[in-house]
Ligand binder design. Structure first.
Ligand SMILES: NC(=O)c1ccc[n+]([C@@H]2O[C@H](COP(=O)([O-])OP(=O)(O)OC[C@H]3O[C@@H](n4cnc5c(N)ncnc54)[C@H](O)[C@@H]3O)[C@@H](O)[C@H]2O)c1
Length: 296
């Protein structure tokens, strides 16, 4: 496939570009940083600088090349480090402009990287409890913060795009993304302290698994717009979800549905397994011991 991957310099975009190149796809990466005027490395993906909040830049990206799919990972990945209007504007308008351009230039498939936060958890200002766990795609959408709101509206933009054109769209909602450098930093504290709360209900995802899911989505022939949660298959804990909810005093308030496996986290990946063929094998246990310390 000829793929346009936005946010190519970021955590998810880098891993997705690498996986796409390894699989033999042709990749154009997009990000905010300036390109360099050095001889291109023959193995590196083509690179285009663009601020996707600028509609002209979004349209220019798609004007000259007929891409088989766009994987849109560019965004500010959380709401706490920028003013709310910056997060909301950057993330929503980047998605609007790129999707509008994809519709007008007849790109067949748009993969929209949304977020686990859309139902309302991770960054709420007022306490939020899910209606049930593990959360799945049927859970109500009730975002409070500008990041999750922009992601939820981005999912609506995908609904509108498939309604007004032949484009096919897939929204991927990743759990908290981990790469080689940050497993211990991010997950170590909750592994060491089983009483520590977890904003994502002990779900997480290995960045390589998120890349695999995005490539499966880009190659998928599913019609319309489908939404998929993705996470690693196990919880980032040595305890089970029922035990963790019990310790948090949540066992009586959050109904627990059947788990795919005894050590599953708070996000269900059953739909992605069923319709995308997503089959993640990686685990925090590949990187950390049970005290959350790096294995080497
Ligand atoms: N990191 C996570 O835990 C997590 C979890 C769920 C969803 N996501 C989503 O996954 C995607 C990738 O996240 P990440 O962790 O790789 O973040 P990241 O910050 O590492 O990478 C995002 C990249 O997008 C680029 N970008 C931002 N705004 C842009 C714009 N207007 N135009 C062009 N490029 C722009 C940034 O420069 C950056 O390189 C995002 O959509 C994020 O919201 C991330």
């Amino acid at each position: 496939m000829k793929l346009l991957i936005t946010g190519a310099h970021g955590k998810v975009g880098r891993a997705t570009s690498a996986a796409a190149l390894a699989a033999g796809h042709r990749v154009t990466g997009v990000d905010l940083a300036r390109p360099s005027f050095d001889r291109p490395d023959p193995d590196a993906p083509r690179y285009q600088q663009a601020d996707l909040t600028d509609p002209g830049s979004a349209f220019a990206l798609l004007a000259r090349t007929r891409f088989d799919a766009v994987i849109h990972a560019a965004a500010i990945p959380e709401p706490t480090g920028n003013p709310p209007h910056v997060v909301f504007h950057n993330n929503l308008m980047g998605t609007f402009n790129l999707l509008e351009a994809a519709v007008r230039f007849g790109v067949p498939r748009f993969v929209h990287v949304s977020s686990e936060t859309v139902p309302g958890f991770f960054f709420p200002e007022r306490p939020f409890a899910p209606d049930y766990l593990p959360v799945d795609e049927e859970h109500r959408v009730a975002p409070q913060d500008p990041y999750a709101l922009a992601k939820a509206f981005g999912e609506q933009l995908c609904d509108a795009a498939v309604a007004r054109s032949d484009i096919k769209a897939i929204t991927i909602r990743p759990s908290w993304v981990q790469n080689d450098d940050n497993y211990a930093h991010n997950l170590g504290p909750q592994l060491r302290d089983p009483d520590a709360p977890s904003a994502g209900f002990w779900a997480y995802i290995a960045v390589e698994d998120s890349a695999d899911a995005l490539l499966l989505a880009a190659a998928s022939e599913l019609p319309g717009h489908e939404v998929f949660y993705i996470a690693s298959p196990d919880a980032a804990s040595t305890l089970t979800l029922p035990e963790l909810l019990e310790r948090q005093g949540l066992a009586d308030t959050i109904p627990l549905r059947p788990l795919d496996r005894p050590d599953a986290g708070g996000i269900s990946i059953a739909k992605a397994r069923r319709l995308l063929g997503y089959d993640p094998k990686r685990s925090w246990r590949d990187h950390l011991d049970e005290r959350g310390e790096p294995l080497r």
